[in-house]
Write a protein that binds this ligand. Structure first.
Ligand SMILES: Cc1cc2nc3c(=O)[nH]c(=O)nc-3n(C[C@H](O)[C@H](O)[C@H](O)COP(=O)(O)OP(=O)(O)OC[C@H]3O[C@@H](n4cnc5c(N)ncnc54)[C@H](O)[C@@H]3O)c2cc1C
Length: 461
């Protein structure tokens, strides 16, 4: 187990969290509940929260190996967005055109709901609904930006979902270098992830849920969760461990853990911010293939992250993988490339964490009534808002509430498992290499990479 000081070292958000990281008591003995949830991140906690809001008499236990917010939920980029890893085309194939539209509307409503539910629970997570800006830097990125907006219109979505900005309007929002245009969406908020997840844990407890920390689940089965401190028996069991799923017995091939790494700068002076913009704290990225993401934090830093860290054979997860000097150096270079004025800025924090990727890049939620096993996750790095919708939907399913949410196209779907190793390693590493190469070629030639385009079509995007 990590120490209390160790928890504070996990990320900028952990370090600057105003409360303490003292773990709650572990599971004291064998316990019987109605619903047992493994993992105290957003998925587990929103599920517990919505269950208890729906039926305050339910006995709900959350079993957490470390502390609430130890995983991605405490460490992420703080983009509370309506992004979903499966395209509208994919969604429409599962649930028809109206299903795809309903999913997008539900995600957009969820962004605002995270803010209002947090406020209603007295959680100060520095929520700022400033939208998001994805810059087009280079002709290939501009072509992709135009295609995204055309796709949105073709699916019936207006400018609040996606809009195209010309170079001047884009630079007025984000004072970055080499900007030719941008795609914007109104449906994104910047927030402090650790404050949200810690506040949520307290909200669950206020509603009668029990959270047992420093209690690892050794196995998660229909009707019971085994831990070193005792067994939790339950009618419904939800494993909500996302990027750690491969560590659970029998689940090695369910979700691949992909590392995403981040850094934070020192707080920037007002004259620097005057040039960078982002007054409304819009989150920012660009249209490259290997995702980058940033936010202006409430205390005036830039928190900036990206993919590109290696995948580890056997879907291994290890705290050592959270920090990788090579990847952090690339991130710093990418930040300075965007904002040359930050060339000499001090980086005060570097960290990372894992996210869960299903074989088809399509998150899902569901409940198998026969076994009592529920599932939720596979967000591919878009889980901050989506986990709220997931938790609420799992609660609907458990409570047998037929709602608009339970009819969305991601409900009750099953994803095929990943290939055994070393095929899995070759596939995942190959995709990272391909995206890195495609971005380099596009930057050099200005032409969209056909290889990357072929990959996105192959996975149905
Ligand atoms: C660096 C980074 C940046 C990201 N940025 C964004 C972003 O800006 N926007 C966005 O939408 N998404 C982002 N994501 C993804 C997002 O954070 C996740 O999708 C989301 O937090 C997943 O929540 P979760 O509750 O499902 O999983 P987690 O938050 O990972 O929670 C799982 C919990 O399970 C616990 N656990 C694991 N194994 C066991 C066990 N055997 N027994 C008991 N407990 C166990 C862990 O300790 C952990 O607390 C990012 C992820 C990372 C890593």
């Amino acid at each position: 187990m990590t120490t209390t000081t160790g928890y504070r070292n996990l990320s900028l958000w952990h370090d600057t969290f105003p409360g303490d990281w003292q773990p709650r008591p572990s599971l004291p003995c064998d316990t019987a509940v109605d619903v047992a949830i493994v993992g105290a991140g957003y998925t587990g906690l929103w599920t517990a929260y919505w269950l208890l809001r729906g039926d305050p008499t339910l006995r709900v236990a959350v079993i957490e190996r470390e502390v609430a917010g130890f995983g991605a939920s405490g460490r992420n980029g703080g983009w509370c967005s309506a992004l979903f890893p499966a395209s509208w085309r994919r969604l429409a194939r599962e649930g028809g055109a109206e299903g795809a539209r309903a999913m997008q509307r539900a995600l957009e409503d969820t962004v605002a709901a995270v803010g209002s539910d947090a406020a209603a629970e007295g959680i100060d997570c520095a929520f700022a609904l400033g939208g998001t800006v994805s810059l087009a830097r280079g002709q290939a990125q501009l072509a992709r930006a135009r295609a995204h907006v055309a796709d949105a219109r073709a699916h019936g979505f207006g400018p609040s979902t996606l809009d195209l900005l010309d170079a001047e309007a884009a630079r007025a929002r984000v004072g970055a270098d080499g900007v030719l245009g941008a795609v914007t969406s109104d449906h994104c908020a910047a927030l402090d992830p650790a404050r949200l997840v810690r506040g949520l844990a307290e909200a669950v407890e206020r509603r009668g849920g029990r959270i047992y920390e420093q209690t690892p689940a050794l196995s998660v089965e229909p009707g019971r969760v085994l831990t070193p401190h005792g067994t939790v028996t339950a009618d419904v069991v939800l494993p909500a461990v996302e990027g750690y799923t491969a560590q659970l017995p029998g689940r090695r091939r369910d979700l691949v853990p992909i590392y995403s790494l981040m850094l934070a700068t020192e707080p920037l002076p007002d004259d620097v911010w005057a040039g960078l913009g982002l007054e409304d704290r819009a989150t920012f990225s660009d249209e490259r293939h290997l995702t980058i993401y940033g936010q202006r934090t409430a205390d005036g830093r830039i928190a900036f992250g990206g993919r590109g860290a290696p995948y580890h054979l056997g879907s291994r997860v290890d705290p050592a993988y959270d920090r990788d000097e090579r990847v952090h150096a690339c991130l710093r270079a990418a930040l300075v490339d965007l904002f040359p004025v930050l060339r000499d800025v001090q980086v005060t924090h570097t960290w990372g964490g894992n996210l869960g990727v299903p074989r088809d890049w399509f998150p899902s939620v569901g409940l198998d009534r026969a076994t009592g096993m529920a599932w939720a996750g596979g967000y591919v790095g878009d889980g901050v808002a989506t986990s709220h919708l997931a938790g609420r939907t799992v609660a609907d399913l458990v409570l047998e509430h037929d709602t608009d949410r339970t009819r969305l196209p991601w409900v009750r779907r099953r994803t095929r498992r990943w290939e055994p190793e070393p095929v899995r390693w070759a596939g995942v590493s190959g995709v990272t290499a391909l995206m890195t190469y495609a971005d380099r070629v596009e930057a050099r030639t200005g032409r969209p990479s056909r290889a990357a385009g072929a990959f996105w079509s192959a996975i149905g995007h």
